[in-house]
Ligand binder design. Structure first.
Ligand SMILES: [Ca+2]
Ligand SMILES: [Ca+2]
Length: 231
């Protein structure tokens, strides 16, 4: 049994010693039952089989099908062909591939709220790389101040809201504290392999400002104060 991680090549560690070394004989090595999408680092693919030159066996790598996890079994046929005929030996190689959560790409569009708004959309778009349905994507918004709540979501505790991937298109926050000039939340994008719970996550600080009171060193509501005294 050889083990590897999802999308990671595994060394085949196979050696074949010809039983007949006379110049008139030759040995052919064939890997059978190679899953669709898998590849070997050397050799020629013929249907689901790969024919690999004897001299390429040391260091031979197998790359599992993209995003695949689970196990499969290869059949190894080594055939020596000589003037005495053909002799084939058969062996089996089990490969175990462990699921790994993949990074996702995401974009959080800047937004701000007006003091007369109750509901404000928050646009978060996420694109996963492991699209075979083996990963669950969620977003956790933490550090939410009083007076703000996100919907649709699951409220955890202490200002934490969990948003499911399918709800991202309709995500918005409800505002009941219009005195906030701006607020900062921590947005964590999470992908989790359903099979074994492996997690990839990344956290971004997002500032959501009051549209009429921009944050920063300059404010449109800041006017110079000046006194002119006529002597
Ligand atoms: Ca996968
Ligand atoms: Ca994965």
């Amino acid at each position: 049994m050889s083990s590897t991680l999802e999308d990671t090549p595994v060394n085949m560690t196979v050696s074949v010693r010809p039983g007949d070394t006379r110049p008139s004989s030759r040995t052919r090595v064939m890997f059978r039952n190679v899953p669709t999408g898998a590849s070997l680092s050397s050799g020629m693919k013929v249907g689901d089989n790969w024919i690999v030159p004897l001299e390429s066996l040391p260091g031979l790598l197998l790359t599992p099908p993209p995003n695949m996890h689970g196990s499969f079994e290869l059949i190894l046929n080594a055939t020596t062909i000589s003037t005495n005929g053909e002799v084939t030996r058969e062996g089996y190689i089990s490969i175990e591939v462990e699921a790994v959560a993949d990074p996702v790409s995401y974009e959080i569009r800047p937004t701000c709220f007006d003091t007369n708004q109750d509901l404000v959309p928050l646009n978060i778009s996420i694109e996963g790389t492991d699209t075979d349905g083996s990963e669950n994507i969620t977003v956790l918004i933490a550090g939410t101040p009083d007076g703000i709540s996100f919907s649709p979501s699951e409220y955890n505790r202490d200002g934490e809201y969990l948003i499911h991937y399918e709800d991202l298109n309709s995500l918005q926050f409800m505002l009941t504290n219009w005195t906030l000039p701006s607020f900062v939340v921590n947005v964590t994008v999470i992908s989790m392999e359903i099979f074994n719970g492996d997690i990839w996550e990344e956290t971004t600080e997002v500032t959501i400002g009051n549209c009429t009171t921009p944050t920063g060193s300059v404010s449109i509501h800041s006017y110079p104060y000046m006194t002119i005294r006529n002597c």
